[in-house]
Write a protein of this length. Structure first.
Lengths: 158, 341
């Protein structure tokens, strides 16, 4: 395999330094604070929903996860459809992208976007174009974590 | 006539007899809303898909230009247009409706000046009496192709730019001696410049060297000073690209004044609109030039301007394959007939 990084010529380097001076930087600290609070708020709502399922239905702390996730994804889909979630995303960044609501947004936004190309090839073929990578690497990493846990159990470490 | 290395002089001074400009809801809330012929309050524009809505923008701009001078589409020899969508779909669809012999052009956001330069060249040498030349973009259709779904909640960095929903069209005609009509006098075709910028959310920064290269070439070829023009306006460099271009021009020894150097991407929207570094897209330079700037020329505020439309020639594929962003810029000089010589 050839090296992916091409050599930068001195002329390119000189311009890139000039450009760096003018480039507007991401306000990292401000973004982190906003992400912390919005992300925290979303998780707090999740916790409330989870308690709701435990107290009003026959769910335990272990089993309440599934209906909670489904409810939150449903809410995020509604917000995406009403055109609110992308604005929240611009404000909160990772705060609204990392929780499960961000996953729901990635799925439904792609589905809405490609509705014009039909249900099968459009919605079906493109729904997971953003979230597909999350599912793939999520499942693969879960497999390896479970494998390590099992092996540690067999060896008597855990 | 070729002058210098890469510039044309249009001795017969083709006229921009009429222009048509259409826009979307975001532009209607912008800084230049009054300069549009037609504005839509809905991104769908009564169509089923964004691509079809994109086509409507271009068709309406063309009809607007033709109706201003009572010209029938049968009297137009050629149509030259382009956009940012794969295979120039919206322009092709509009050409199907218009039934005017068609040449599709792709220069990303520099398409507006690529097509005006070529149209002027053809008209200048009697290749046509009338040519419709234009460019268009549609925010949602372009985002769909180049970036994420429109409703996806990803955070855009402050270097990102907002794709203009709009089309700008010029009816380029043989000069019939009418006074006060803008004419094209020269053009400089740019070369592709790549300074190794890879961030697709910083297109202004990537395009700046191409803009500077074409501007420097224009003044070298034409052997004039920047003070010849009242205004040198770039297409969609945005905040970062404009500052970088200005610095490159100053470093090259060109005596350019910051007051005479503007950017369409910074003119079109209000400061409080969430567009990060400014407007962009093939429709950006086309709507601002054919609407706002030519109106200003007709009012006599400017009599000589140089329009430099810049284009980032990236694709979603090249970005994923770790290519840097190749960029280009084309310049066309527009003067008002009867203006001071």
């Amino acid at each position: 395999m050839a090296s992916k990084k091409k050599k930068t010529t001195p002329e390119q380097l000189k311009y890139q330094q000039l450009q760096q001076k003018h480039e507007l930087k991401r306000p990292v600290l401000k973004n982190c604070i906003k992400a912390f609070f919005v992300g925290g708020l979303i998780c707090m709502i999740c916790q409330a929903v989870s308690f709701f399922y435990i107290y009003y239905f026959n769910f335990t702390e272990q089993t309440a996860g599934n209906p909670t996730v489904a409810t939150m994804v449903f809410f995020s889909m509604l917000l995406t459809g009403f055109g609110v979630y992308d604005r929240l995303g611009q404000f909160a960044g990772a705060g609204s992208a990392v929780p499960v609501t961000g996953f729901g947004n990635a799925v439904i936004s792609a589905a809405i976007e490609h509705r014009t190309e039909g249900l099968v090839l459009g919605v079906g073929g493109n729904m997971f174009k953003l979230a597909g990578a999350v599912i793939l690497f999520g499942v693969v990493s879960a497999f390896f974590v479970a494998l390590i846990k099992t092996l540690l159990g067999v060896w008597g470490v855990l | 006539m070729l002058q210098g290395h890469q510039s044309w002089i249009f001795a017969n001074r083709p006229m921009i007899k009429a222009t048509g400009v259409s826009g979307g809801p975001f532009e209607a809330n912008g800084n230049l809303a009054n300069e549009f012929d037609l504005l839509h309050e809905d991104l769908w524009m009564g169509e089923e898909t964004y691509e079809k809505a994109h086509r409507v923008l271009l068709e309406e701009a063309m009809h607007a230009a033709l109706s201003k001078v009572d010209c029938q589409k049968e009297e137009v020899q050629f149509m030259m247009a382009g956009d940012l969508i794969n295979q120039l779909t919206p322009s092709n669809l509009a050409a199907r409706t218009m039934q005017i012999p068609f040449m599709g052009l792709y220069g990303a956001c520099s398409t507006s000046m690529e097509s005006l330069a070529l149209a002027s060249f053809i008209v200048n040498y009697q290749g046509a009496k009338r040519i419709l030349s234009g460019a268009s973009s549609h925010n949602a259709a372009v985002e769909k192709q180049f970036r994420y779904p429109t409703e996806y909640g990803g955070q855009k960095p402050p270097t990102a730019q907002w794709t203009v929903t709009g089309a700008g069209v010029a009816l380029v005609c043989e000069n019939d001696g009418t006074k006060g009509v803008p004419v094209t006098t020269s053009a400089t075709i740019g070369k592709v410049v790549d300074m190794g910028i890879t961030d697709p959310f910083n297109m202004g920064g990537a395009m700046a060297p191409a803009a500077a290269d074409t501007i420097i070439a224009h003044f070298r070829d034409r052997q004039i000073e920047p003070s010849y023009y009242d205004l040198i306006v770039t297409g969609d460099l945005g905040r970062i690209g404009q500052k970088a271009t200005y610095e490159l021009l100053i470093n090259s020894g060109l005596k350019i004044n910051s007051n005479q150097f503007k950017d369409c991407g910074l003119l079109i929207y209000k400061d409080n609109q969430p567009v990060q570094s400014g407007g962009s897209g093939a429709g950006c330079s086309a709507t601002v030039l054919y609407g706002h700037l030519l109106n200003q020329m007709k009012k006599g505020i400017y009599s000589k301007i140089l329009v430099v439309a810049t284009g980032a020639l990236l694709s979603p594929l090249t970005f994923q394959q770790d290519e840097s962003i190749p960029c280009i810029a084309h310049a066309v000089a527009i003067e008002t007939e009867g203006g001071m010589e």
